[in-house]
Design a protein around this ligand. Sequence first.
Ligand SMILES: [Zn+2]
Length: 379
Amino acid sequence: MSVQFGSRLLGVLLLIWMMGFSACDADDTDAGSSDSDSDGDSDSDSDSDSDSDSDSDNDTDSDTDSDTDIDTATDTDIDSDTDTDIDTDTDTDTEIDTDTETETDTECGEPPPADQDWITEYQQEIIAKLTGEDEIAPGVTLESRSSAGERETAREYLLEVWQELGLTTEAHEYSSGANPYAILEATEESDEWVIYGAHYDSVSAGPGAEDNASGITGVCAMARYAAMIECRSRNLIFIGFDQEESGLIGSRAFAKYLKENDYNVHSMHNFDMIAWDGDDDLVIEVGAPSDGMVEFYEDVVANSEFDFELKESTLAASDHSAFKSQGFKALMFIEEFSFGDRSPYFHTADDTYDKIDFDFMAHVTILANLGIAELTRVD
Ligand SMILES: [Zn+2]
C-alpha cells in the first residue's frame, strides 16, 4: 500500500513537475519564436501580405507581433527604468534595499547545530518524571502509564513541557483516550505538515522507560530543537500517541482525523524504543519506511558532519503503520529490535530508568534534528 501510494505520489509530482517544466518551456519557446518572428517573418509577412493577399492575415500577424513587441518593450522599460531610478536617483531606496537583504540573510541563516549540548540533561529530566524516577507533579509518582488516570497525568505533563517551549498545544480526544500534541507553524507560507510522534502509554507491568518513555522524550527534545530554528518552510506537529499498547488506538484516531480534515501530511516520523544499544555500535533500525524516506535520511547524513548507520527492516508494529494505512508516508526509528540488539526488559517491570542508554537516545535525537533542519529549510 505504501509502495503504491509512494509511486502514485511520485507520479503525480513528476507530472506536476513536467507540466511546470513544459509550461516554462512553452513560455520560453513562445517568447523565442515571437522574437524570431518579429525579427524575421513579420517583415516579410507584412510586406508580402499588404501587397497581395488577405487583410485579415495581415491583421492577425501584426496583432501578434505588436503584442510581443509591447510585452518585450514594457518589460524592458519597466525593469531598466526602475533599476536606473533607484540606483541613481534615490540613494535612500538603495540603502533600504541593502539593509533588508542583510537582515533576511541573518534571520534565515543555517539552522542551529543538531547536537545541542542540552540534549542529554533535558532528556534525563523528562524521562525521570515519566518513569517514576522523579515526581511528575507535586506528590505524584507514576508506576506505569497504563491506566486512564496515569495516562492523563502523563498527558498533562507533556502539554506543560511543550508550553514551556512556547509551542501551541492541543489534545486530540477520541472515545477512549487522547493524543496531546504541539504545533510549530512554518514561518513561510506552507500547507504541508511534518509529524514527529511517539506513544506515551506503557504496558501495565512497569514504568516502560524504554517502551516508550524514551521515544516521547526524544520527541520533546526534537520540539525544543525545532523551536530554535528561526525560519521554517513547513509546519510541524510533535505528538504523543495514547493506547499504542492496546493496538495503535490513539495513532489510528489521529491519522484518521488528519485524513478526514484534508491535512497535507508530508511525512510522519515515529520513535519507539530508542534507548538500548547493548553492543554500543550506535546502529539505528528503520522500521517499514515508506518509499524515499530512508534515502532522505541517508542524504541528510551524507551532507552532515555526523556518522549514522541505518538498518532497514519491515517492522510495522507501531504507530507509523496507522499513518501508512491512511496513505501517509511514514517510518519508525527503533533500536536494533529486528537484529538481536534489543532490550531484554521489553514489556516487563524491569524496563526502568536505570536501564536507559542516554548516549543512544541522543544519537537518535541528533539524526531526527538533522532531518527537521532539512525538512524546514528555507531556500
Ligand atoms: Zn512501543
